[in-house]
Design a protein around this ligand. Structure first.
Ligand code: NAI
Length: 211
């Protein structure tokens, strides 16, 4: 384990990773913090500070080696290993996630959806099977599951999250609009609330109108 990095820095890492990936696609081999700063609209000193957390990777007068930095940030974010995901709730949102193939490029593989609606049994968006919730334990005993996405109604979220934790699933990607009450404190949770982002946008619209 390396030294602990602040969550604020970690929150910025995926964006660096995306930009560096784009640079690689464009065939760029190295880049200075000033150039990266212009592209990303982040100050060069912020970039230097952030990347110094990982040993810097930059050399005076040379800039950053894009491939090296990309690989290193990917390693820090744990992207060099594959993560298997299951989705609980195969409704609109669950199926939309399953239908999005680009997560795979990052090593996130959706291996199954679970629902309680028997009409959905046998469906398979992008070939990913929809199973019934009562099949979860069997499935978990024969598959490695790293992450569970919760895309079912929020009133069921706590009991399902605790059931998943009981199956040894250590990470929850929570879309249900509720703060999970997990008995096992070792389970990590990432909440995604698009409506929070919309409300933030609405606030910023008000501000810009009032300027
Ligand atoms: P939906 O009604 O299309 O799908 C919900 C699915 O969950 C249905 O197929 C239903 O049969 C299933 N379900 C119900 N109880 C279940 C249980 N105990 N176990 C497994 N599956 C169960 O709803 P939609 O639009 O897909 O939304 C799903 C959830 O995601 C809702 O809680 C909604 O509030 C939330 N949501 C969150 C967003 C976010 O940004 N975090 C954005 C959109 C929706």
């Amino acid at each position: 384990m390396g030294k602990e990095i602040s969550q604020a820095v970690i929150r910025r890492m995926p964006r660096y990773y995306r930009y560096l990936g784009d640079l690689l696609d464009e065939g760029v081999e190295r880049i200075s913090s000033n150039e990266l700063s212009e592209k990303m609209k982040v100050t060069a000193s912020q970039i230097r500070q952030d990347l110094n957390n990982f040993g810097g990777f930059g050399q005076q007068g040379y800039g950053y080696n894009v491939q090296y930095l990309y690989d290193e940030i990917g390693r820090i974010l744990g992207l060099e290993q594959q993560h298997n995901i299951i989705i609980i709730g195969a409704g609109n949102l669950g199926q939309a996630l399953a239908n999005y193939s680009k997560f795979e490029k990052l090593g996130f593989i959706i291996i199954g959806l679970f629902d309680i609606n028997p009409k959905l049994k046998g469906q398979a968006p992008r070939g990913i099977p929809v199973m019934m919730l009562e099949e979860l334990e069997d499935f978990a005993s024969s598959h490695k599951i790293d992450i569970a996405a919760l895309t079912m109604p929020k009133y069921t979220a706590d009991s399902i999250a605790n059931r998943l934790a009981g199956l040894g699933i250590r990470a929850i990607w929570n879309f249900a609009h509720v703060d999970l009450d997990l008995m096992d404190k070792n389970v990590v949770v990432e909440n995604v609330h698009l409506s929070d982002s919309l409300m933030q946008l609405s606030y910023n619209m008000l501000q810009s109108r009032n300027e």
